[in-house]
Write a protein that binds this ligand. Structure first.
Ligand code: FMN
Length: 355
């Protein structure tokens, strides 16, 4: 219920703090001097971070995960921050409002976030305008999903409705089948449902001159059998890889934030950040082993340090993504991670040559 305190509560909320941070970077992105200074500060020379995946050269294996830049407004800033790639979205066909507010809850003692409710999107047309308006040089993944209000049986046509117009602007696609932050969760888990979404995308791609890799983003809450099924879909079809994982509906690893969690009650929402780390590693390891290391996996979930990123790579990820840590630590955190991971990869390569 709305009261005179509602606007005050909003101004004090983590939603508003994130909105301000995003607004500030969107404003600064319009200033070439700011971008040049940021690039100078954050994109130091790193010789071991780069890799080639899907026939594309990634200057760094560390990318920005979906959820920070849902509408493609911060492409230039993310490039200047030193990310090797970024995922825009989740993009929905029609605009949809986020919330209800407060939707974002910081759990700082656990370096975690809980994001609740419907995810905000300005809709695909606006996102395309945003991408076109920035002269960028960063690999862009477009993370797509149906509008929350769309019935599950109409999902396949919505994914295609996004895929077609975005095709020329995306370097790769992530098909998000893990919408679990609201009461209206959409997490299809049967082969039939998932193939109904993927098949039209494969068919459309077949008629194009340019090849765009398609990845599937999965939930950490799947059972082992379900993870195996997703992996088998990847092996049996022209799917190119996996993004593992999205946020969890579980509430584990939160002992230090119990008070906040209790005050939120049974609010539906996705938990991200450090508590997710172990589970995300397990999922990546399982997919990697079942696919015999032959498919690229983008690993995400609780990566806060260079050690975390290295552990994810050792579990089988080719690339990693960071969302929560970027919200907490900004560009400085990404710079530290990049330098640390570069050093660890250098040492790993040296060990290999010495053997
Ligand atoms: C505030 C916030 C919003 C997010 N929104 C989306 C989203 O719209 N689509 C999506 O696929 N993942 C979304 N995610 C999930 C992240 O992309 C990532 O899978 C997850 O947070 C685990 O990584 P992390 O621990 O580095 O944050 C969101 C995460 C956060 C923290």
């Amino acid at each position: 219920m709305k009261s005179i305190f509602t606007p005050i509560r909003y101004l004090l909320s983590d939603d508003f703090a994130l909105l301000l941070a995003r607004w500030r970077t969107a404003m600064l992105a319009r200033m070439p001097l700011f971008l040049a200074l940021r690039r100078k500060r954050y994109t130091l020379q790193t010789d071991y971070l780069g890799t080639e995946v899907f026939g594309m050269k990634f200057p760094s294996r560390i990318g920005l995960g979906a959820g920070y830049d849902r509408n493609g407004e911060h492409i230039n800033v993310m490039e200047a921050t030193g990310f090797g790639f970024m995922e825009i979205g989740t993009i929905t066909p029609k605009p949809q409002r986020g919330g209800p507010s407060p939707a974002l809850h910081k759990l700082p003692k656990n370096r975690a976030l809980l994001y609740c409710g419907q995810t905000e999107s300005q809709g695909v047309e606006r996102v395309i305008e945003n991408i076109k308006s920035q002269n960028h040089n960063i690999i862009i993944g477009c993370n797509i999903a149906k509008n929350d209000a769309t019935a599950p049986e109409d999902a396949p046509q919505e994914y295609l409705r996004l895929f077609r117009p975005l095709y020329q602007y995306a370097d790769y696609f992530t098909v998000n089948i893990c919408r679990n932050s609201s009461e209206r969760a959409y997490v299809p888990t049967s082969r039939e449902e998932i193939m109904a979404i993927l098949q039209p995308l494969f068919e459309f791609r077949r008629g194009q001159n340019q090849y765009r890799p398609i990845l599937l983003k999965i939930s950490p809450d799947l059972s082992d059998e379900q993870i195996d099924l997703m992996t088998d879909i990847m092996i049996d079809t022209p799917l190119d890889g996996m993004v593992a994982c999205a946020g969890t509906t579980g509430r584990y690893g939160l002992e230090e934030s119990t008070q906040i969690i209790h005050s939120l009650g049974r609010k539906a929402g996705a938990l991200t950040g450090a508590p997710l780390r172990e589970r995300a590693l397990e999922v990546v390891r399982r997919v990697h082993e079942r696919a015999k290391g032959t498919y690229p996996i983008i690993g995400c979930g609780g990566i806060s340090t260079a050690d975390d990123a290295m552990a994810m790579i050792e579990a089988g990820a080719t690339l990693v993504q960071v969302t929560t840590e970027y919200i907490y630590g900004g560009g400085k955190s990404i710079l530290n991670m990049r330098m640390g991971l570069n050093e660890r990869l250098r040492k790993a390569q040296q060990r290999q040559t010495n053997q």
